[in-house]
Design a protein around this ligand. Sequence first.
Ligand code: BGC
Length: 778
Amino acid sequence: MMKGSPNFWRSALLASAALAAAPVMVGAVNAAPAKSKAAPAAAPLTEAQVDARVDALMAQMTTEEKVGQLIQYFNFGGTGEQAAPLEKEVAAGRAGSLLFMTDPVQINRMQRIAVEQSRLKIPLLFGFDVIHGLRTVMPVPIAVAASWDPKVAEAGQTVAAAEARAVGIHWAFAPMVDIARDQRWGRMVEGAGEDPFLGSAMAAAQVRGFQGAYLGAPGRIIAGPKHFAGYGASLGGRDYDEVNISDNELWNVYLPPFQAAIEAGAGNIMSAYMGLNGTPASGNRWLLTDVLRGRWGFKGFVVTDAGAARDLSTHGYAADDADAATRALNAGVDMEMGISPGKTAFQHLPEQIAAGKVKMADIDTAVRRVLAAKIRMGLFENPYVDVASATKVLADPAHRDVSRRAAEASFVLLHNAGNLLPLNRTGVKSIAVIGPMADSARDTIGPWVFDVKSAETVTVLAGIKAKLGAGANVAYAPGVSTPKRVNGSFFDEMGLNKQTYVEVDDNAAIAEAVAKAKASDVAVLVLGEPQNMIGEYASRSSLDLPGRQQELLNAVIATGKPVVVLLMSARPLDLKGAKPGALMNIWYPGTQGGTAVANVLFGDAAPAGRLPFSWARSVGQLPMIYSHLTGHQPSTADKHYGDAPSTPLYPFGYGLSYSTFSYANLSVAKGKIAPGESVEVSVDVKNTGTRPADEVAQLYIHQRHGSSARPVRELKGFSRITLAPGEVRKVTFRLSPKELTYWSAAKGAYVQDETVFDLYAGGDSTAPLATTLSVAKN
Ligand code: BGC
């Protein structure tokens, strides 16, 4: 079955769902017997059923026990004396949830303390950063977004949910749905890029993958979209710094993916660290209550980001921890992600209630939401996991297959002079694989993976060797040392990142790489940013290749040999005009990355990933977006810097294929519609090349005039399709009032104007094929 074909992803989803449906019963090793061994709910509980059970519990709870449900603690799985303070809190019913545990034995152990020792026997909810897989690591989220195929995202998170649930994790702090428009910001790797339409599609797909058909579906976990809201717009791309977003951007760009995730049923939301327009997000009642619950009707529970409740005083907003607790709770936070016992803001809630600063009714509302999540997830019936079946689920080869195919679907071919790629598998007799990340399992997996299984990871070098077997000579040269950060990351300091380093004499290593390239038919360079240079606390002030990689690149290109550059990166990198024969972004491709790379390099799969962001030429252009407003002088829009073009190097939506495609017959079913009506837009896409391949057909709109000025182009439809050589397919998009409505800052409301739209369809955001659509009454 072809990669990217609808059938593959449908069967992958079905396979994972079947696996996920296997009930995880209380089992053998280390699992104390539960009172009831009922299988997880095969259908969602009704609200009345949940309410009745919540009522029964609430009637028995003390204030201290209620507040306990609202506190979550870090736990890295320590035992003995180290774990004693936390165990005491759990046994006393003063902890509702733990995060960071992944070992089912330890999870069962802590759960047993809650279920057997606490007065009301309320089980713990275990949360974790299941960002792109647990044991089977998928490509990083921005890579999955680059597939422009929500089925890929859904299948990946379905597998992640199955693995997480099997070890006892009930809740993912994911998807991250923050729009990222300044690529210096390291966390752009966790999201879907710059665009709210693509971002919304990926957000909803991931929620479906994590949660399945309903909250509490067997083998699924709670999705926690984050970081509400605006984190991606931090000043200068500096992580954690303040965010100032106009109303226009907030409603039209930053909020839509959250709304999409909630419409898809997300059971949790994480409030962000930073200040949004002057008010810390985690103490922002307008955001957490008026918008989230009032406008969107969110019914789940809100958790703060780690320590973000106490941070309200760090920000200079709350006076102290007690005030911070009051402000967070009153703003709409239900649970504090605390760090360790004795160091939370919410521990002060009982005294704040007594002082009349927090109403008991508001505490009750928050507690009810947390208990409802536990009830829906079936924790009271099945608090423990079966360790033996967890081992089996984690080892499932079908999961690795989903990861490999997702990686193949995500690569973006940026440049391919003279069709250097695909390489001829039988023609290539010698190949030099160069770069410190070419054989680095740690970098192949990418950030946000703490439990690194290097032996299970296929590096690019290993993938190429396996593909070519004895038929070719594969030489490896690191070329340069692994670049290092100037300011360390606390993830490194805490030992969570497990970054590995190749340490060589750079001058000698460059010479060795050049010699090996000269002696080979083709050189494949794997360059980019080691995984600890991207992610949380990993912003950069430069888009240059870090370390001495640029020198290495220039030296290898100077050999005159055919050079393929594979970029391991989640942000655009500035290659200073260097022109390798082929350039492909492979992101951080996950557990099966090397196999996927080899499949695409040698043409067993064809690349069809598309950029989910505009690829800036240099750091000075940032932020760079395709969906900007028309400026004062549109005719010179490409020359708005005196020293360089003001266009991106590669536009949003761009990516090459091993085939070619043409677009024709862009038409609207009706040239004029009334406000509130929907219309179909279709375009014929033809594979004009000689091999089957995927294409991502994209639809953009531009509103010519109205209550507010609107962007030059906005993505409003896309479809990834597989076409045989010569095949023509009519792709139909639906423009509904939702796509034609926007939030007008001038009106302070959503509006659908009577206006004229230019519609564009094609293979990227510069597509020339156009038609128009009028919206007018009568
Ligand atoms: C991050 C969150 C994450 C949490 C728990 C925070 O520092 O901002 O995204 O879920 O830590 O790991």
